[in-house]
Design a protein around this ligand. Structure first.
Ligand SMILES: Cc1cc2nc3c(=O)[nH]c(=O)nc-3n(C[C@H](O)[C@H](O)[C@H](O)COP(=O)(O)OP(=O)(O)OC[C@H]3O[C@@H](n4cnc5c(N)ncnc54)[C@H](O)[C@@H]3O)c2cc1C
Length: 475
C-alpha cells in the first residue's frame, strides 16, 4: 500500500447529516449500528463528532448531524410510528424506550365514527401480531427525538443551517472527491457523504432537483393540532380506547393516544379547497384566501374559536376534546411534494432521506415511519460500501458510492412513493370526497369508506425492509 492509500485508509469516512429531525437522527443511529454490527468499535467518541473506530483493516466512520434550530423544543404534536418502523427501532435496541413513550392502541388502529352521533362505521385492527413488545407506537414527536438523542450515535451541532453543498472535483488540500457543506453562519465543513434530511423545505434537494416537478403541492386542507390530557376525559369517556376518527363531508376529527396514554393527540382536518383547487363553498373561499401566502409551517397558531366553528355539529365527545385544547391551538397547512425521480447526486456523494425525498400527506400516519425505513436501509448500504472497499465483499453494487446509493434508491423510492400516493387518496377518503364519493350522500359514503379501510394500511405495516433488502441484494 502506498503512503497516500495508507493515509486514506486511516482517515475516517465522514458523513454529514443535514437536519436533526426524526429522519436525520435515526439515520445517524442506523449508520452507526450497521457499521458497528460489522466491526468492533475501538475508538471512543471524539468531541467533534463520533468516530467509530474499527479494527485496523477496516475504515472508521465519523458521523456529524447539523441542525438549524438552536435547541430541541417541544414543537410538533404526535407522530405515528407504524409497526414496520417500530420493528426497526427494536432491532436497534430502542424497543424498551419506545414502549415507554408510545401510546397504546388496545388492539384498534382507529375506529371510524359518524360525526353526529359517534356511531361506529368501521374499526381497523392494529395488526400487532409480533413477538415481544413490537407494536404500533404513536409518540409525541419530541419524545421520539429525545429517545434518539439519548442514544447519541453522532456529534450533534445545533444552530448550523446548511446553505448549500459543493462537490469538490479539483484537488484542493487533498479534498478531491469529497463534498463541502456550507452553513449560513459562514462556516463550512468537508465530508465524504452528505445526507440531506432537512425536511419538506430541503435546501439540499432544491440545489440538485431544479426541474418544474420539484414543488410542494397544496392539498387544500388545513389541520388544527393540539394535545389534551386523557385524565380530563377519562370519566364518562364512552369508548373502549382513544383512537377515533369522526368523519363528515370535508372534515374529519382524529385523535390517538401518546405518552403512555396520558395524552390524547388531536388533529382536526378541514378541506377548504378540493385538491387544492375549487373552494368547497363561499366561506371557504374567503377563509382560504387568508392562508394563501402562509408557507406551510409546523409552528403557526390560531384561535380555538376557529376549531369550534369548523366542527360545529360534531358529537359531544368531540366537543369535550375541543374544549380542552389550548386557547391557541396549532393550525397547519397540509401540503406534500411531487414525487422525485432521483434521490442521489454528485456521484452518490449527496443523498436524500425522509421528507426531503418524499414529503407526504399525514393521512396514513406513515411519514415518520418511511423516514425511519430510509435511515435503516441507508445504514445497511453504507456499511456494505465500507466493507466493499476492503474487498471482503464481492457484491459489485457496493464498489462505488454511486452504485451503492442507487441500490438504496432502488429499494426505498418505489415503496416511499407508493405510501406518498396512498396518503393523498387517504385524506379524500376520510373527508368523504374522493371522486366516487363526491356523487354520494353522507349516508352512502360510509360503507365505501368502511370497505376501503379494511385493506389499505396492510402494505405499509406488513413490509419488513430487511427482507426486501436481502432479496434485492441477491438479484
Ligand atoms: C418542528 C416540526 C414539528 C413536526 N411535527 C409533526 C407532528 O406533530 N406530526 C407529524 O405527523 N409530523 C410532524 N412533523 C413532520 C415529521 O417529523 C416528518 O414528516 C417525518 O418525521 C419525517 O422526518 P424528517 O426528518 O424527514 O423531516 P423533519 O422532521 O421535518 O426534520 C427536518 C429537520 O431538518 C432541519 N432543517 C431544515 N432545514 C435545514 C437546514 N437548511 N440546515 C440544517 N437543518 C435543517 C429542521 O429544523 C428539522 O429538524 C414535524 C416536523 C418539524 C420540523
Amino acid at each position: 500500500m502506498s503512503n497516500s492509500q495508507e493515509e486514506k485508509r486511516n482517515e475516517p469516512f465522514r458523513i454529514a447529516i443535514i437536519g436533526g429531525g426524526i429522519g436525520g437522527l435515526f439515520c445517524a443511529l442506523a449508520i452507526h449500528h450497521h457499521h458497528h454490527h460489522h466491526h468492533q468499535s475501538t475508538t471512543p467518541p471524539s468531541q467533534d463528532g463520533n468516530i467509530d473506530g474499527v479494527n485496523k483493516s477496516k475504515r472508521a466512520i465519523q458521523i456529524d448531524v447539523y441542525e438549524q434550530a438552536p435547541e430541541y423544543r417541544e414543537i410538533g404534536a404526535g407522530v405515528g410510528v407504524g409497526i414496520n418502523a417500530a420493528r426497526l427501532l427494536h432491532r436497534l435496541g430502542l424497543g424498551p424506550g419506545l414502549v415507554m413513550v408510545a401510546g397504546r392502541r388496545q388492539g384498534t388502529w382507529f375506529t371510524f365514527r359518524r360525526f353526529e352521533d359517534s356511531g361506529e362505521v368501521v374499526s381497523i385492527p392494529d395488526a400487532d401480531a409480533e413477538p415481544g413488545d413490537v407494536r404500533q407506537s404513536p409518540c409525541a414527536r419530541s419524545d421520539l427525538l429525545e429517545l434518539f438523542l439519548a442514544a447519541g450515535a453522532a456529534g450533534l451541532h445545533t444552530e448550523k443551517a446548511c446553505a448549500g453543498v459543493t462537490a469538490l472535483d479539483d484537488d484542493v488540500d487533498g479534498a478531491k472527491g469529497k463534498v463541502e457543506v456550507r452553513f449560513r453562519d459562514g462556516t463550512s465543513t468537508i465530508a465524504d457523504l452528505v445526507v440531506g434530511c432537512d425536511g419538506v423545505h430541503s435546501v439540499v434537494r432544491d440545489q440538485f432537483v431544479t426541474d418544474a416537478n420539484n414543488k410542494s403541492v397544496e392539498s387544500g386542507m388545513i389541520a388544527y393540532r393540539g394535545i389534551v390530557p386523557t385524565s380530563a376525559l377519562a370519566q364518562d369517556w364512552p369508548f373502549a380506547h382513544w383512537s377515533n376518527i369522526w368523519v363528515a363531508k370535508h372534515r374529519h376529527f382524529l385523535s390517538y393516544p401518546i405518552a403512555d396514554n396520558t395524552q390524547l393527540n388531536v388533529v382536526a382536518f378541514v378541506t377548504k379547497r378540493l385538491g387544492g383547487g375549487r373552494a368547497i363553498n363561499d366561506a371557504a373561499e374567503i377563509e382560504s384566501n387568508k392562508y394563501k401566502n402562509i408557507r406551510e409551517s409546523w409552528s403557526s397558531l390560531c384561535d380555538r374559536e376557529e376549531v369550534v366553528a369548523d366542527f360545529a355539529g360534531f358529537d359531544a365527545p368531540v366537543q369535550r376534546v375541543i374544549g380542552l385544547m389550548d386557547e391557541r391551538p396549532g393550525r397547519w397547512k397540509i401540503n406534500d411534494h411531487e414525487p422525485l425521480g432521483r434521490w442521489h447526486f454528485a456521484g452518490g456523494r449527496v443523498v436524500l432521506v425522509g421528507d426531503a425525498a418524499h414529503a407526504m400527506l399525514p393521512h396514513m400516519g406513515a411519514g415518520a415511519g418511511q423516514s425511519i425505513e430510509d435511515g435503516w436501509i441507508l445504514g445497511r448500504v453504507v456499511a456494505e460500501y465500507l466493507e466493499g472497499g476492503s474487498s471482503s465483499s464481492s457484491n459489485e453494487r457496493f464498489k462505488s458510492l454511486e452504485s451503492t446509493m442507487q441500490f438504496y434508491q432502488d429499494i426505498r423510492l418505489p415503496r416511499a412513493q407508493k405510501v406518498q400516493a396512498a396518503s393523498r387518496v387517504g385524506g379524500n377518503l376520510y373527508e368523504l370526497q374522493t371522486e366516487e364519493m363526491s356523487r354520494l350522500s353522507y349516508e352512502d359514503c360510509l360503507p365505501v369508506l368502511a370497505e376501503s379501510m379494511r385493506q389499505r394500511m396492510k402494505f405499509v405495516w406488513s413490509e419488513d425492509v430487511d427482507d426486501s433488502y436481502n432479496r434485492m441484494r441477491e438479484e
